[in-house]
Design a protein around this ligand. Sequence first.
Ligand code: A3P
Length: 300
Amino acid sequence: MLKELTSFKNLFQDFWCPTFYVEGVNKFQKHFDAKDNDVFVASFPKSGTTWLKALTFAIANHQRFSSVDNHPLLSSNPHELVPYPEFMYSNDMHDQILSLSNMSEPRLLSTHLPFHSLPESITKSNCKIIYICRNPFDTFVSAWEFFTKIKPEFTFEEAFEKYCNGITVFGPWWSHMLGYWNESITTPNKVLFLKYEDLKEDTVFHVKRIAKFLDSPIIQGEESSTVIENIIKLCRFEKMKDLEVNKSGCIFDVLEKKNFFRKGEIGDWMNYFSPSMIEKLSKIIEEKLGGSGLSFKVHS
Ligand code: A3P
């Protein structure tokens, strides 16, 4: 079924929702019951979701798992620890849906839905959302590499044309980003907005921002710097890529865990884009994001 991730019929609620997901999104919107202390990791696909899930899990569970030697992140993939309820609803995974109510609190959950399509129980409750996005150049390359491995459907050029028209899983990417961006400005206590490039450039600073947003005690006390350093080390790209648990096996049946850890760099797009592609995407970024205050660093 996930091989159909890039099959869309029409825009659904103003976004390109994979056809097999539509019914599940409806059910998620209707039945999901958010708790005030829930934390959602929200993202546009291929923006660093896996990394943010790992960091958020380690920060939020610091008191439960203070030792990094037998930490759950060493034996489980971040997507298993921070699941997508919308996926459970899309696949009628009744047992998993039921088990959501027994998860230890605060529940850490995730979503790829645009802000305007989140269930009301999420937007209206006090639960918090940490959103990550990434410069549109690297996001595109990362997505193309990832989805081509699942289903080699389009050439790089064909996929690029679609991407420029917003036609990509959960796209248009610009409205996805802007939905959370605007919300993070109007309700900063509800939505924390992060960019992959910023997280890479100054991980300590942004981990502290996440911890503060979650009211985590890790930013206080004498041990604070060591705790933060250990969390960052635990979630480092090279460390996670090298873990047995992330080297083999699949999540959701067809998504190979190893494919979530490719290069983890800023600027890999330069190895892929022609000058005319650079010009075209730069213009779209200016047209869609110009004036919003949202901009990206595109190379390291
Ligand atoms: P690349 O394909 O450019 O390497 P997502 O988790 O949203 O699917 O995003 C995947 C991207 O994040 C991939 O980018 C992947 O390599 C990168 N990534 C995964 N884990 C990471 C980590 N711990 N630190 C930095 N980048 C990471």
